[in-house]
Design a protein around this ligand. Structure first.
Ligand SMILES: [Zn+2]
Ligand SMILES: [Zn+2]
Length: 190
């Protein structure tokens, strides 16, 4: 699992839970991501075999991934917003799931690049190679207006922003518009 490769032998649910629990504890978050990738591949393999979906495991992987993303993204809000495991029950994550969706994120960054669309901050330009590709993705659509059949459109609904601008966008509920935040920056710079 830590190599991120597919395994074909199905591990039962309690064992998978135990492995993930131990790996999360003993590995770095980068290594743990490979473990999750490996489980993902196994799930795909399992589905491809026509054996149906392993819902419990998938939910588990999703919540670990959400937890990882939150830790990477909002280190000081993890306390409030993290996914917690309490006696096997998974509490709901409160931040926008569309901003955590890896596929949608990747499509958005492919289109717009990883430079903040509010203030033009470029992590690679400032931090060098460790900042390459680092950016938050903000979901512009108000969650309250989203119906059940909503599918995120990575090009029209998502936008790359730096963590500072992202935090400022979310000072309001619903989040402030990109244009509005740009105006605020402009007016405070004059
Ligand atoms: Zn910014
Ligand atoms: Zn956002």
């Amino acid at each position: 699992m830590p190599k991120g490769v597919e395994y074909k032998h199905t591990i039962n649910i309690p064992a998978t839970k135990y492995y993930l629990y131990r790996f999360e504890d003993s590995l770095t978050s980068v290594q743990f991501k490979f473990v999750l990738q490996s489980v993902d591949k196994h799930l795909e393999y399992y589905v491809a075999q026509g054996k149906g979906d392993q819902v419990t495991i998938r939910t588990l992987v999703d919540s670990y991934r959400a937890k990882l993303t939150l830790q990477a993204v909002y280190p000081d809000e993890v306390h409030e917003q993290t996914t917690e495991f309490t006696e096997g029950a998974v509490k709901q994550v409160t931040i926008n799931a569309y901003e955590r969706d890896p596929k949608a994120r990747a499509a958005c960054i492919d289109k717009y690049g990883s430079i903040c669309k509010v203030c033009d901050f470029n992590f690679e330009a400032i931090y060098g190679s460790i900042g390459k590709g680092f950016i938050h993705v903000h979901h512009k659509v108000d969650i309250a207006t989203i119906g059940k059949s909503y599918q995120v459109d990575p090009i029209n609904d998502l936008i790359p922003v730096c963590p500072n601008c992202h935090a400022m966008l979310h000072t309001g509920k619903p989040a402030m518009s990109i244009e509005k935040l740009k105006q605020i920056i402009d007016s405070s710079n004059t």
